[in-house]
Ligand binder design. Structure first.
Ligand code: SAH
Length: 219
C-alpha cells in the first residue's frame, strides 16, 4: 500500500526507517562499532526479504525466507558482526548464507567473505541477489557448513548463523591463531559463544541467549 502511495519516494522512505532501526534497535542496545553501524546503514535489508515482507524489513524480528529458514533479526546481525572485531583486511567465513543479508554486512566489513549454505536453491538465490547489489568480494558454495571451507582456510574470523549442538571441530581447525569465531550453541534458547583462538587454546565466552534455526545435517 505505502509503496503505491509513495511511488519512487519509497526507497527514500525505506532508507529513513533503516536509520531509525539503527538508532532504536542497534545503538540503543549498545552496539558501538562505527564500521558496523555504517554497514547496517549501507545494506538494504529489504533487498533480502520476499516481496510480501518488504514493508516489515526494518522491524525488530527475524523474518521467514524460503525452506522454513529465516533472515536474522537486525540487532543480532549487528551484534555478531561487532563481536568479530573486523578492521577491513580480514578473510571471513560464514556458515548459513540464507538470504545473504549477513553475508553482505560482512562484505562491507572485511576484505573477503566465503559463505556456505546447505540448500542449493537458497545459495543460488543469495548469489544472484549479492551479484545484483554489486558485491565482488563474496564467494558462495552449497554444502555442509559443519565442514567449513578447507581450500581457503585459515580464516581471521568465522560466523555461524545456525545453531549447533557444539562447535564443529572443522571450524575451529580453520581459524587462524588470534582469530575469532561466533556461534550459537546448545538447545533453544542457545548460548551465543564468542571463541578466541589464543596460544593457550580456544577461549569461550557466552555473550547472551539467542534463538537460531538449527544447523542441519545433509541428507
Ligand atoms: N545469515 C542468514 C541467516 C539464515 S538462517 C541471513 O542473514 O539470512 C540459517 C541458514 O543456515 C539457513 O539458510 C539454513 O539453510 C542454513 N543451514 C542449516 N544447516 C546448514 C549446514 N549444515 N550448512 C550450511 N548451512 C546450513
Amino acid at each position: 500500500m505505502i509503496d503505491k502511495i509513495l511511488g519512487p519516494k519509497y526507497d527514500a522512505y525505506l532508507g529513513f526507517i533503516r536509520r531509525q532501526m539503527i538508532k532504536d534497535q542497534i545503538e540503543a542496545r549498545g552496539v558501538k562499532d562505527l564500521r558496523v553501524l555504517a554497514a547496517m546503514d549501507k545494506v538494504c535489508r529489504h533487498c533480502f526479504v520476499t516481496e510480501d515482507m518488504v514493508s516489515r524489513a526494518y522491524e525488530d524480528y527475524p523474518l521467514p525466507i524460503a525452506r522454513e529458514q529465516t533472515i536474522s533479526q537486525p540487532y543480532i546481525v549487528a551484534l555478531m558482526s561487532e563481536l568479530l572485531g573486523l578492521k577491513g583486511a580480514e578473510k571471513v567465513l560464514e556458515i548459513g548464507t540464507g538470504s545473504g543479508y549477513q553475508t553482505a554486512v560482512l562484505a562491507e566489513l572485511a576484505a573477503e567473505v566465503r559463505t556456505v549454505e546447505l540448500f542449493p536453491d537458497l545459495a543460488l538465490a543469495a548469489r544472484a541477489r549479492l551479484e545484483k547489489l554489486g558485491y565482488r568480494n563474496i564467494s558462495l558454495r552449497a554444502g555442509d557448513g559443519a565442514q567449513g571451507w578447507q581450500e581457503h582456510a585459515p580464516y581471521d574470523a568465522i560466523m555461524v548463523t545456525c545453531a549447533a549442538p557444539d562447535i564443529p571441530p572443522a571450524l575451529l581447525a580453520q581459524l587462524k591463531p588470534g582469530g575469532r569465531l561466533v556461534i550459537p550453541v546448545g538447545s533453544e534458547p542457545q548460548d551465543l559463544l564468542l571463541v578466541k583462538n589464543t596460544p593457550s587454546g580456544a577461549e569461550r565466552e557466552t555473550v547472551c541467549q539467542v534463538r537460531f534455526v538449527p544447523l542441519l545435517k545433509p541428507e
